[in-house]
Design a protein around this ligand. Structure first.
Ligand code: NGQ
Ligand code: ZN
Length: 461
């Protein structure tokens, strides 16, 4: 098995370096990262760190592209999309979930994501009763990740109410609902299985509208007893409706409420965090929590705009997720994020950093650092002790050919327009994608299409 290579150009946490020798151990952890070696490069295309995908609801890949029409209401919204999404969620069976997740994870690898945080909330059978094995659907996701060879942070989701003030859940949410005790039993059951697979187990209180304060406190205490460092992810302040409802309930905005009532720190990922006031930007950034940005989903759902300059001015850490999977491409998420900021600020290269003026380079490094923190795994890029997760760009792609390495990355993000410029992808020191293809590409794609067709047929009377 290959355990080392020499990259002509590699993007290290400190920036671009030449003739870098990478070596890793049997566990897939980097043991050497040495620039300026004399040896002849074995890898010609620029090597970039693998991007962790910090937010995924795998099953939603099955409806990507299918909700792009206006419904009965004069104006469509996040909430009408959610109604359609719930209908689909109610029909999934374990085999279909596994097929959709496998197809998705293969797509992710081919697009340069080397790991995924799976925010997993469809727990029960279609009628709302638990499966005989309560972890049935978690197992389906874990198997899909293992078969694809993508890294996994599994985040079982606590979902109890349909709105602030402990509003009872609605019928469409019946597959998601769990008591806090049943969640803690699920986590206890999954912990050794995740450890055995090299996955990290965490917890995701779905949102403040789905988890009342007592349940939040008890679930976090239970998680700490299982793994005091485990990641905690929560959807927060994505829609203005949620902000208004939170103020009506508590007198506070969601992020402010969370910061005052939960021990938010670097273990936490605040997914979306779209609607914050100036004080919330400062306080949330100072907590060390990662802002889990999902730029194409947030655009698709009409969420609103995150203020990246305000977040960075407060030294906030961020990463990217593909969430609803309307788009599965790390490069396109970065493009969407940067472009949304340009449109809002009427400036260019908004996400560049004083230490890193090349915006694609700065964004890639930021998304890796933030994604690693949110994943709770050693995914912090090309440095000793981190996992050997990386992509090799296709130096022969027309958008990249004959450019220098940093500009190849710029063109990959800004100018390769949907034609993938990734040649190879390695996870934990093992090649998962070669010549742009995952070995399961054809079979996983066929399985995905069959599962989607089946689910859509069930929709017809
Ligand atoms: C989710 N998605 O959990 O899949 C949510 C919709 C909700 C986003 N927030 C459900 N983008 O928030 O209630
Ligand atoms: Zn989400």
């Amino acid at each position: 098995m290959t355990q080392s290579l020499i990259a002509a150009h590699a993007l290290l946490p400190t920036g671009w370096a030449r003739n870098v020798r990478l070596a890793w151990n049997d566990q897939g952890r980097l043991t050497h990262v040495e620039p300026d070696t004399e040896a002849t490069p074995t890898t010609k295309g620029p090597l970039i760190p693998g991007t962790p995908n910090l937010h995924s609801h795998a099953f939603q890949r099955g409806i990507a592209g299918l909700t792009e029409f206006r419904g009965a209401e004069a104006s469509d919204s996040f909430w009408s999309w959610r109604t359609l999404m719930y209908r689909f969620a109610l029909r999934l069976d374990p085999a279909q979930l596994e097929a959709i997740a496998l197809g998705l994870y293969v797509e992710m690898l081919e697009a340069g994501y080397t790991s995924v945080c799976e925010f997993h909330y469809v727990h029960h059978q279609g009628d709302g009763r638990p499966y005989a094995d309560d972890a049935e659907l978690a197992h389906a996701l874990m198997r899909a990740a293992q078969r694809a060879g993508i890294g996994l942070t599994l985040l079982p989701v606590l979902y109890q109410t349909s709105g602030f003030g402990a509003k009872p859940p609605n019928e469409g949410q019946r597959r998601f609902i769990r008591s806090t005790d049943s969640m803690l039993r699920l986590l206890e059951k999954l912990k050794p299985l995740c450890d055995a697979q090299g996955a990290r187990l965490g917890l995701a209180p779905h949102s403040l509208r789905a988890v009342p304060p007592d349940a939040l406190r008890e679930a976090l205490a239970g998680l700490d007893a299982i793994d005091a460092g485990a990641p905690v992810h929560i959807h927060i302040a994505e829609q203005t409706q949620e902000v208004d409802d939170c103020i009506a309930w508590s007198g506070q905005r969601p992020v402010a409420w969370l910061l005052d009532h939960a021990p938010v720190d670097a273990r936490w990922c605040l997914v979306h965090a779209t609607h914050m006031d100036a004080d919330e930007y400062r306080r949330a950034a100072a907590s060390g929590a990662v802002a889990g940005l999902c730029p194409t989903t947030e655009a698709n759902l009409g969420d609103g705009l995150f203020d990246l300059p305000a977040w960075r001015a407060a030294d906030g850490v961020w990463g990217i997720g593909s969430d609803s999977h309307i788009c599965v491409s790390a490069a396109e998420e970065l493009l969407m994020l940067e472009y949304s900021q340009r449109l809002a600020t009427r400036r260019r290269n908004v996400a560049a950093e004083p230490s890193q003026p090349n915006v694609a380079t700065a964004m890639t490094l930021a998304a890796v650092q933030g994604g690693a923190r949110a994943s709770g795994r050693a995914l912090g890029g090309l440095a000793v002790g981190q996992q050997a997760d990386f992509s090799v760009l296709d130096a022969a792609h027309p958008a990249l050919a004959s450019l220098d390495a940093p500009t190849m990355l710029s063109s990959h993000v800004f100018a390769s327009h949907r034609s993938n410029a990734i040649d190879a992808v390695w996870v934990a020191g093992r090649p998962r994608v070669q010549a742009g293809r995952h070995p399961l590409h054809d079979s996983a794609t066929a399985g995905f299409v069959a599962a989607r067709r089946h689910l859509l047929q069930e929709d017809k009377p």
